[in-house]
Design a protein around this ligand. Sequence first.
Ligand SMILES: Nc1nc2c(ncn2[C@@H]2O[C@H](COP(=O)(O)OP(=O)(O)OP(=O)(O)O)[C@@H](O)[C@H]2O)c(=O)[nH]1
Ligand SMILES: [Mg+2]
Length: 315
Amino acid sequence: MTVELVNRILEGDVRTAARLMRGIEDGAADAFGEMADLYPHTGKAYIVGITGAPGGGKSTLVDTLITTFRQRDMTLGVVAIDPTSPFTGGAILGDRVRMQKHSTDSGVFIRSVATRGWLGGLARAAVSIIHIMDAMGKDIILVETVGIGQQEVDVTRLADTSIFVLTPGSGDAIQMMKAGILEVADIFVVNKADLEGASRSKMELQAMLGMKSGACEEWEPSVLLTEAVNNIGIEELVDEILKHQAFLVSGEGMEKRRKERARLELTEAIESSLKDYIDSNVDKAFLEKLVDDLVQRRTNPQAAASQIIGKSIKR
Ligand SMILES: Nc1nc2c(ncn2[C@@H]2O[C@H](COP(=O)(O)OP(=O)(O)OP(=O)(O)O)[C@@H](O)[C@H]2O)c(=O)[nH]1
Ligand SMILES: [Mg+2]
């Protein structure tokens, strides 16, 4: 039924891809069926996550990365998640203007997902968009997210290479350490290196990274200095990304990451399917009775959930 649609996306047709992405974001039922047909054609792209505090220069960096990867004859998909953060509302417009120069390049597909937060369905939409770009044959998919908290640690599970961007003297490194980001990032970038304190920030970060004890066959994350606005340090960053890719491919790293991602997607699919099933199949009166029982402390949430799940599975 959707062979034609799949073929059009495999050929890189932007309109068809954009329509499917909209369908996914709107939760259209047929869009999920179409994703199922597309799934066998995904898994080839290399996914790079770029995360950091608001205003650190991530989008500017993405823009320069696009140019540099293009110069090296690689095609790109770019997904900006949550560009309308409460801190920098409207940044999406700035991103559009900035990225406009790539809009006539058929080797680049840019998409913003205007969502707040990173929960269940939202993650699913972002993952689907990544899959669509992957099926379109993009070599590299850059995923920009905002924040330096626990959510970003989760986001890294989607990426092959995770880049964390910080700025000189911002105290971001301390936040990152608290959130456990130091353990999961593959490359650190101190952007705005034209500002004072860049090399000190780099040294501090290196010292913090030195504290973590890793086996010697593990990847050692590096700290790079960039000036995205001045296009400085970008070649080195691309080199480092490709170096990390080569590292993953040469060992078991790549397979591990892809397995982790598949596991994440499966868990999400189970959770959302179960939720959908319960929403549409569990008797509302029964649900209300359980709620009352909880209020009266005649049961507990765990036991009530087991009752619902048990009931659903028996049907
Ligand atoms: N001084 C200096 N400013 C920079 C540099 N890179 C980016 N900026 C500026 O920092 C501001 C924020 O840049 P963005 O690229 O929008 O930052 P972002 O991290 O994508 O921001 P959000 O997506 O809103 O979190 C802009 O005014 C940029 O021009 C740099 O290397 N040096
Ligand atoms: Mg941005």
